[in-house]
Design a protein around this ligand. Structure first.
Ligand code: ATP
Length: 249
């Protein structure tokens, strides 16, 4: 197990945001954290990243205790930042150099831009990128230190269907290189497609944890029946059929 979270809690004053959660993540797994707004997903992710103080409990990543050695953990993890966090007047290549210099393991900006399909934008600034390109660039920035574990917080929010599919492929490519990925999302189709296992959080607790298929099978075993017979295609299929799979940016 590359990640072990034990009895993790976070209180903001009287607000109990995370109420003692336990889970482990295997190396090479895509692990999804789902849950309604305010469930505690971002708080959990940020505690794992060493960016938010833990109230109690323990987190180990690749044998390193995040609370005791946050700096050591930062060397082996990649965290996707919002594109608003990037300096405005630098090109993509310059930004990747700035981030890379924070680490002892450093990847070549050219390789990173190629990996995320942005080679042609090497000299562009972030403000010149489309939404999908910004998301891909923020993933490139999270990979500068060749991390063992990559954290993605709602990586496809706000993207069009083509750009979402493109980002799913990128996540699958990164997984194929053996990286462990922890992601949050509000899109169930995305979680079902990308995640090996899913933890569903509500009110600061994990209320279910399993593979997507097992979670679905469990629901069916409890006698669940869909209210409406499902169509053989949905509106997203119509949209993709009419506008094509090619990305527009
Ligand atoms: P979303 O899906 O909306 O991103 P989330 O599952 O990521 O939600 P969190 O952002 O972790 O949820 O918030 C969990 C709870 O902690 C919420 O009740 C929220 O209001 C509270 N909270 C989060 N950050 C803070 C903070 N800095 N100070 C006080 N309360 C906070």
């Amino acid at each position: 197990m590359i990640i072990q979270v034990k009895n993790l809690k976070k209180e903001y004053g009287k607000v109990k945001a995370v109420r003692g959660i336990n889970f482990s993540v295997e190396e090479g797994e895509v692990f999804g954290i789902l849950g309604p707004n305010g469930a505690g997903k971002t708080t959990t992710l940020e505690m794992m990243e060493g960016l938010r103080e833990v109230t109690s409990g323990s987190i180990k990543i690749d044998g390193i205790d995040v609370r005791q050695n946050p700096d050591d953990v930062k060397e082996i993890i990649g965290v996707q930042l919002q594109s608003s966090a990037f300096f405005e007047h630098l090109s993509l290549t310059e930004l990747l150099k700035v981030f890379r210099d924070l680490y002892s393991t450093r990847r070549d900006p050219r390789d990173l831009l190629k990996e995320v399909g942005l080679s042609k934008k090497a000299k562009a600034q972030v403000k010149e990128l489309s939404g999908g390109q910004k998301q891909r660039f923020s993933i490139a920035a999270a990979l500068v230190n060749d991390p063992t574990v990559l954290f993605l917080d709602e990586p496809t929010t706000g993207l069009d269907p083509q750009a979402r599919r493109n980002l799913w492929e990128l996540v699958q490519q990164i997984k194929a290189k053996g990286k462990t990925i922890i992601l949050t999302t509000h899109y169930m189709d995305e979680a079902e497609l990308l995640c090996d296992r899913i933890a569903i959080m509500d009110n600061g607790k994990i209320i279910a944890l399993d593979t997507p298929q097992n979670l679905i099978d469990e629901l069916l075993k409890r006698g669940f029946k869909k209210k409406m017979p499902t169509n053989k295609a949905n509106l997203e299929d119509v949209f993709i059929d009419l506008t094509g799979k090619a990305i527009r940016d």
